[in-house]
Design a protein. Structure first.
Length: 283
């Protein structure tokens, strides 16, 4: 008798990317992907089955990403922050390497690979000069989007020069912006009454460009504004066993009077190495 061949990590990730390309099956139907000599069956909600059952880390991979890969509605907006036990995403001076462990960094790259567009706030560019490309797993680079309402960033940052992916800078509609910042295109959206960029208008602008699956990667101010404006479908918080005690906060929302006014989303949770990922579902 031949030994069973189990689905491995590379095969599972390939299947997840294939599911993202193909999209969700009709309700009540299942997607069938050929994996070696067996079939991976996938439900519209991301439920799956395969024989033989793979080892636990591969099950976690499929459980975590398949429901996200199958989000193919007009728009899907998901944010992520890696934070300490006391809710900080960086030290006061912006040092943030690394709050969470290598498994969460890989997770970030996998989220980038699933996304049509990745979005960050101006301070993340100012402090980290990030590339925002997919490097730790197979996958295409998403379009990169930076929120810079006052156009305070210069054109010297890597993502405005490297041409690794299409890049957009979103500024406030009350300005007459230049058309480009380095290689990046500059576009504008209106502000809300409190002066923030209108996150719903941002999602709509990206959707019209075919960038419906949006990954908001930080920092805390940016993710908090998407959450406060009710624009997030999901929020992932990866909590690291670290107390920073001061520094840049993760989520900050307007004050509430009673805890009943707090948000109590449905949750999924996954162990990522020594960290714990909580995924909040606001849809
Ligand atoms: N641990 C993590 O997961 C993680 C992820 C990303 C970044 N980081 C770290 O977080 C720090 C940066 O985060 P941060 O919270 O300080 O800043 P941020 O969110 O990166 O950027 C904040 C700035 O972006 C602009 N902005 C974002 N959303 C806006 C909106 N809806 N309307 C108007 N303006 C908007 C504003 O620019 P103006 O001030 O010009 O108005 C705002 O001050 C860095 O240290 C970075 O290393 C950590």
């Amino acid at each position: 008798m031949r030994a069973p061949i189990y689905l491995d990590e590379a095969g599972a990730w390939e299947a997840i990317c294939a599911a993202r390309r193909i999209g969700a099956p009709e309700p009540g139907r299942r997607l069938r992907l050929e994996i070696g000599e067996s079939w991976l069956w996938i439900d519209a909600d991301g439920g799956w089955s395969i024989d033989p059952m793979p080892p636990a880390p591969i099950c976690l991979l499929l459980d975590l990403y398949l429901p996200l890969a199958l989000q193919d509605g007009p728009s899907f907006t998901i944010a992520h922050l890696g934070q300490s036990l006391d809710g900080r995403i960086a030290a006061a001076n912006g040092a943030s390497r690394w709050v969470t462990g290598p498994e969460d960094l890989l997770h970030n790259h996998r989220m980038r690979a699933l996304a049509d567009a990745i979005l960050v706030g101006a301070d993340t560019v100012r402090l980290d000069d990030p590339q925002l490309t997919v490097r730790r797993c197979p996958g295409d680079n998403p379009v990169r989007v930076v929120l810079d309402p006052m156009l305070g960033l210069g054109s010297d940052y890597a993502l405005f020069r490297d041409q690794a992916a299409e890049t957009l800078v979103i500024t406030a509609g009350d300005r007459a912006p230049p058309t480009h910042l380095g290689q990046a295109e500059v576009v504008s959206v209106p502000r809300t009454e409190d002066g923030a960029l209108d996150c719903r208008a941002i999602v709509e602008l990206l959707r019209r460009r075919g960038l419906g699956w949006l990954f908001v990667e930080g920092g805390g101010v940016t993710v908090s504004r998407f959450l406060a404006q009710g624009v997030l479908d999901r929020l992932q918080l990866t909590i690291a066993p670290l107390i920073i005690g001061s520094g840049r906060p993760g989520i900050q929302l307007p004050e509430i009077q009673t805890l009943a006014q707090g948000l109590r989303p449905r949750l999924r949770r996954f162990a990522l190495g020594g960290d714990m990922l909580f995924e909040c579902d606001f849809s």
